[in-house]
Ligand binder design. Structure first.
Ligand code: NAD
Length: 209
């Protein structure tokens, strides 16, 4: 077969090179497929951590202290903070919380757990503090009222001191129980409450107040 239209200056028809070009093209395509496969596998494998690294870079990864971190609310908070890319330092005296609540986090490099009672000062370097350390259910906080009020007052003071020294934000968990048995619903910040400072719940309410 001759090709009149595409005969080259040397007299060879480029059509004779087509099989070679086709083979060369196949090799290129299969190499491309091979390398894209590897890149896709790597992205699949490291995708989550790449996404988190990116997020940490742009949004700012923080080291966050969660006091009362193995409790009901604290353990979910720890998990949430880790999942959005922060490091968590969980502090708890295990009075009502259980290690089991954070067992699935213990192997993570970005999670640390310390047994510590917040009624004693704590010296750590962190970027934010969440204070949830306090027994929340009446059966627990009425078990040792003095201890409850100490946890609320000394615990808050110690963590506020730490926040002040480090010049960082602190979140303090409170409760609507600070209004006692309120006769206004919902309660606003300027409502003084209907409280009983000597009642069985006072250790919790007064401490939070
Ligand atoms: N759960 C609720 O419905 C609710 C409602 C309002 C406010 N809150 C507040 O939220 C916070 C957490 O509540 P929760 O339901 O997770 O309670 P929780 O009892 O499950 O958790 C409290 C955690 O604090 C720890 N803790 C207690 N005393 C401590 C101390 N001296 N030092 C260090 N750790 C100590 C406990 O071991 C526990 O892990 C509390 O401050 C509570 O007053 C909870």
């Amino acid at each position: 077969m001759t090709c009149l239209e595409f005969t080259s200056s040397e007299g060879n028809c480029p059509c004779t090179q087509l099989p070679f070009i086709a083979e060369y093209g196949k090799v290129q395509l299969s190499l491309l497929g091979f390398f894209s496969g590897i890149i896709a596998a790597l992205l699949g494998h490291f995708g989550t951590s790449l996404r988190l690294d990116w997020m940490q870079h742009w949004k700012g990864k923080k080291r966050i202290l969660v006091a009362g971190g193995v409790g009901f609310l604290g353990s979910h908070l720890c998990e949430r903070l880790l999942n959005i890319g922060h490091e968590v330092l969980c502090v708890d005296n295990f009075f009502t919380g259980s290690k089991e609540n954070t067992a699935h986090l213990l192997n993570r490099a970005d999670f640390d757990l310390i047994r510590h009672d917040v009624t004693f000062p704590l010296s750590v370097e962190v970027d934010e503090i969440y204070n949830l350390a306090c027994p929340a259910s009446p059966i627990h906080y009425q078990h040792d009222p003095v201890r409850t009020i100490k946890t609320n007052i000394y615990g808050a003071i110690n963590l506020l001191d730490l926040a002040k020294r480090l010049r960082i934000k602190i979140f303090q968990a409170s409760t609507s129980e600070v209004y006692g048995d309120p006769d206004v619903h919902p309660q606003k910040e300027d409502y003084w409450g209907h409280v009983n400072p000597l009642g069985v719940r006072a250790c919790y309410d007064e401490g939070k107040r």
